[in-house]
Design a protein around this ligand. Structure first.
Ligand SMILES: Cc1cc2nc3c(=O)[nH]c(=O)nc-3n(C[C@H](O)[C@H](O)[C@H](O)COP(=O)(O)OP(=O)(O)OC[C@H]3O[C@@H](n4cnc5c(N)ncnc54)[C@H](O)[C@@H]3O)c2cc1C
Length: 495
């Protein structure tokens, strides 16, 4: 089924109120959540739009029917590239983070890791997960991914923490399920998701066994509280609000207080040896998702910078052209890394096609490194007006209204209305609470920069590079380049 956004809202607004904002319990129809719901709406609309059939939708390997691509397990390079294209498409409409990729990355991780656990231990998690995913696809559900634990003292392992709730953990095991407690934090879109998909956040030891837990629960299940921080733009309630102002996001502390998870929804229970694998599968899939969304964020920053240059009438200056070209580099190199990750991906034992970890990580690392620089480019081009411009109402009423219409003109070819809109947009893109969110998400989303360093130190073949140097330095007589040949592109749709 491809749900309408109206059906999504109906289900959402009927959920048990377990959302807290500023110390008050609120319903999911609270207006501060609406900007985030508007983003999710795009994902439902695109899937039902015939123009985007096959991009925003896919054929399910479980039901055989047409499903929303966010609920689909990628089977080949084509699927991964379609996902990347879809994220960029949707993110350009939402003005940035599309929020639904986290659930997609979580189901990929679960599909792959449950199979690998079963192969190692003879368990039956994989079929259990596929049964769950069937319903997820049939009902076109939206899941957020709750991976990041609050973690307490960063230098201590989960089992060494003073407060065991610093990491989500199993409190009790029963024949029909488990009881879990703990804090997950920075969880995007949890207050307007149907499901919370919980995964471990790190490598675990035998002592951490109770922290090796993965499952999915309805977002309003008994014992679960979502302490929510919504982010939105100042203009959102104005009748003249631009499309960009309709969108926002909410992040949560997801507090599990003795939540019962029925057996059929448990996908890891004590398999600490697979903690690292599950964590990395989500993270690497998510880093690949960034190769679609971050280029869209660059598109938006580039567009805002180019418009600011036009409004300042400095477009032809050589330093502006050079600065704008930097956006092209940032966006398209990340996008190219995503395509390379898809082309050089691998089929896993589960049948899910997984992006190449090296390309996924270098692409994500590049975007994390460039994000503040891109905001700096916008700031340099725009000047200081983004943080000093009068409020919108000053342009609409009061005795200075006409004077301000003259004040705002810099490029005589632009009307006062267009100039006002450009500078409001520049403020919203570059100097708002959303701008701060994108900067910090750009650095830490999908894992802090150190995580890409760790992933590359594990996965990148430094010995191969030493072999090149040894050969060229005259230490070794020959060079074995067979690895280059072995890296075969998977261009066939059925690979
Ligand atoms: C906007 C936003 C949205 C997000 N959305 C989601 C989401 O939907 N789902 C989800 O699961 N997560 C989400 N995250 C969380 C994100 O994955 C984490 O922020 C990231 O993994 C870093 O964790 P942290 O914030 O706890 O920072 P920390 O891990 O505390 O990192 C802070 C610093 O401490 C260092 N550090 C940490 N531990 C150690 C150690 N043992 N030794 C040495 N140095 C250490 C790090 O390298 C870093 O420099 C989101 C984050 C942001 C900012």
């Amino acid at each position: 089924m491809l749900r309408t956004k109206e059906a999504y809202h109906e289900r959402l607004f009927a959920m048990r109120p377990n959302i807290f904002i500023g110390g008050e319990k609120v319903g999911r129809d609270d207006s501060r959540l609406k900007p985030g719901i508007n983003v999710l709406d795009i994902t439902f609309d695109l899937a039902r739009d015939p123009q985007w059939k096959g991009l925003a939708t896919a054929q399910s390997t479980i039901t055989g029917g047409e499903v929303n691509r966010w609920a689909h397990l990628p089977q080949n390079t084509y699927d991964l590239i379609q996902k990347q294209k879809l994220i960029r498409l949707a993110a350009r409409r939402a003005g940035g983070c599309i929020q639904r990729c986290m659930g997609h990355d979580a189901i990929n991780a679960l599909a792959i890791c449950t199979k690998e656990m079963d192969l190692a231990n003879g368990s039956d998690y994989h079929q259990r997960f596929l049964d769950y995913l069937k319903t997820y696809q049939e009902q076109d559900l939206d899941g957020c991914c709750a991976q990041t634990d609050s973690k307490g003292d960063r230098m201590k392992r989960p089992s060494d923490q003073q407060d065991p709730d610093a990491y989500l953990h199993i409190v009790e095991e029963r024949p029909d399920g488990i009881v879990v407690s703990g804090f997950k934090m920075s969880i995007t879109q949890a207050p307007y998701a149907d499901e919370i998909i919980a995964l471990p956040t790190r490598a675990l030891t035998a002592a951490d066994r109770d922290f090796a837990v993965a499952f999915a629960v309805p977002a309003d299940i008994a014992g679960l509280s979502l302490i929510t921080r919504p982010v939105w733009l100042r203009e959102k309630d104005s009748p003249n609000a631009s499309p960009f102002c309709r969108f926002g996001v909410s992040d949560c502390i997801v507090f599990f207080d003795n939540v019962f998870v029925p057996k059929e929804r448990i996908f890891m229970c004590g398999e600490w040896q697979f903690g690292r694998r599950m964590a990395l599968l989500f993270a690497d899939s998510h880093r690949h998702s960034y190769s679609g969304c971050k280029p869209a964020v660059s598109d938006i920053l580039c567009g805002a910078s180019a418009l600011a240059a036009e409004a300042n009438n400095i477009e032809k200056a050589s330093h502006i052209k050079e600065k704008l070209s930097e956006f092209a580099g940032a966006a398209e190199l990340a996008y190219a890394a995503g395509i390379a990750a898809a082309v050089f991906g691998e089929k896993t034992a589960s049948g899910v096609f997984f992006p190449n970890e090296i390309y996924a990580n270098v692409g994500r690392r590049l975007t994390g490194e460039t994000i503040y620089h891109e905001y700096n480019l916008l700031t340099e081009i725009a000047g200081g007006i983004a943080v000093t411009m009068p409020f919108d109402a000053d342009f609409e009423k009061g005795e200075n209204k006409e004077a301000l219409r003259r004040f705002i003109i810099r490029n005589p070819d632009l009307s006062p209305e267009a100039s006002i809109k450009i500078w409001q947009f520049v403020e919203n893109v570059g100097a708002s609470s959303m701008a701060s969110w994108y900067k910090i998400a750009g650095v830490h989303g999908g894992g802090s920069p150190i995580m890409e360093t760790i992933a590359l130190n594990i996965g990148y073949d430094f010995e191969d590079k030493k072999a090149v140097a040894r050969y060229l330095a005259g230490i070794d007589p020959s060079l074995d380049d067979s690895k280059l040949r072995n890296l075969e592109p998977k261009l066939n749709q059925n690979d």
